[in-house]
Design a protein around this ligand. Structure first.
Ligand code: ADP
Ligand code: MG
Length: 258
C-alpha cells in the first residue's frame, strides 16, 4: 500500500483502565498526513494515556490502532485481533517522535550526543552522519551554537528544543507532543511553540499536540479535539471548537483556562 493514501494514525475504540478506574472509554482518533491535531481537555481526562497507547508505552485493554496502515488489535476475552510481534512494535515506536512535558535529555551527554544516540544505536548511522544530522537539526530549532552544550547549561526552553531535535533525528512519520510547554516558565513558552509552529508550517510532519495553549491551537491546528472523562466530547475546526463549541463541557473548560 502506498504511504500517501494511508492515514498515519487510525485508532478505534481504544479502552484503558487502571484497576477500577476506566481512563479511556472507547476513543477513536484519526490523523491525516501532514495534519496537526491539538487535543485539549481537563487534567485527568485521559490525554496522556491516549498518546501513550498510540506510542505503545501503555497497552490498551481493547480497540485497534493502525499506524501507517499496519494494525495492532487489542484483545478482550474472546475477541480475535491482530497482535504484532515485539520487533514490529519497536519499529512502530521508532517511527513516532515523542516529546514530554519534562525535558528528558540525558544529563551526561551534550545536545549533539543526545541527538546522535538513537540514530547511531537504532538506525546504525555512522558517527559522521549522525553528527551531521545533529548539526542540521540544532540549526532547525535555532540552537546551532549550543550543540556541544550539556543540558544543565541550557534553559528549560532550550532543553525542550533539543528534545524536539532529538525526536526529529529518527525521521519519524508522526510527532506526539504531550504538554511540551507546561513545565516551562512563561517567558520560555514562546520559543518552543515557535519551533513547533515552523514544523507544522512545513506541512512535512503529522502532529498530535496535547496542549493548553489555546492561541497555538487556534492558529496552528487543522483540527482540535476536546476530551473529558475518557471520551472525545467534540472535535472539528479550531474556530468551531474553540470559538463556538457545541457542548457545555467544552464551554466550561474554555471559560476556565482563558
Ligand atoms: P491527562 O493527561 O488528561 O491529565 P492521564 O491520561 O494522565 O490524563 O490520566 C488519566 C487518569 O488516569 C488520571 O486519573 C490518572 O491518575 C490515571 N492514571 C494515569 N496513569 C496511571 C497509571 N500508570 N496507574 C494508575 N493510574 C493512572
Ligand atoms: Mg497529561
Amino acid at each position: 500500500m502506498s504511504g500517501s493514501a494511508v492515514n498515519p494514525i487510525r485508532a478505534r475504540g481504544i479502552r484503558k483502565s487502571f484497576g477500577a478506574l476506566e481512563v479511556l472509554k472507547g476513543v477513536d482518533l484519526d490523523l491525516a498526513k501532514g495534519e496537526v491535531l491539538c487535543i485539549l481537555g481537563p487534567s485527568g481526562s485521559g490525554k496522556s494515556t491516549l498518546l501513550r497507547c498510540i506510542n505503545h508505552l501503555e497497552r490498551p485493554d481493547g480497540g485497534m490502532i493502525e499506524f501507517n496502515g499496519v494494525p495492532v488489535g487489542y484483545r478482550r476475552s474472546g475477541d480475535a485481533f491482530h497482535e504484532l510481534p515485539e520487533r514490529e512494535i519497536q519499529k512502530q515506536r521508532a517511527a513516532m517522535g515523542m516529546v514530554f512535558q519534562r525535558f528528558n535529555l540525558f544529563p551526561h551527554l551534550t545536545a549533539r550526543q543526545n541527538i546522535m544516540e538513537a540514530p547511531r544505536r537504532v538506525l546504525r548511522l555512522s558517527a559522521a552522519e549522525a553528527s551531521q544530522r545533529a548539526e542540521r537539526l540544532m540549526k532547525q530549532v535555532g540552537l546551532a551554537e549550543k550543540i556541544d552544550t550539556y543540558p544543565g547549561a541550557l534553559s528549560g526552553g532550550q532543553q525542550q528544543r533539543v528534545a524536539i531535535a532529538r525526536a526529529l533525528a529518527m525521521e519519524p512519520s508522526v510527532m506526539l507532543f504531550d504538554e511540551p510547554t507546561s513545565a516551562l516558565d512563561p517567558e520560555l513558552v514562546g520559543e518552543v511553540l515557535d519551533v513547533m509552529r515552523s514544523l507544522a508550517d512545513s506541512h512535512a510532519m503529522s502532529m498530535i499536540v496535547v496542549t493548553h495553549e489555546i492561541g497555538f491551537a487556534r492558529s496552528v491546528a487543522d483540527r482540535v479535539m476536546f476530551m473529558d472523562g475518557g471520551v472525545v466530547v467534540e472535535q472539528g475546526k479550531p474556530q468551531d471548537v474553540l470559538v463556538n463549541p457545541e457542548h457545555e463541557r467544552t464551554r466550561t473548560f474554555l471559560r476556565r483556562i482563558l
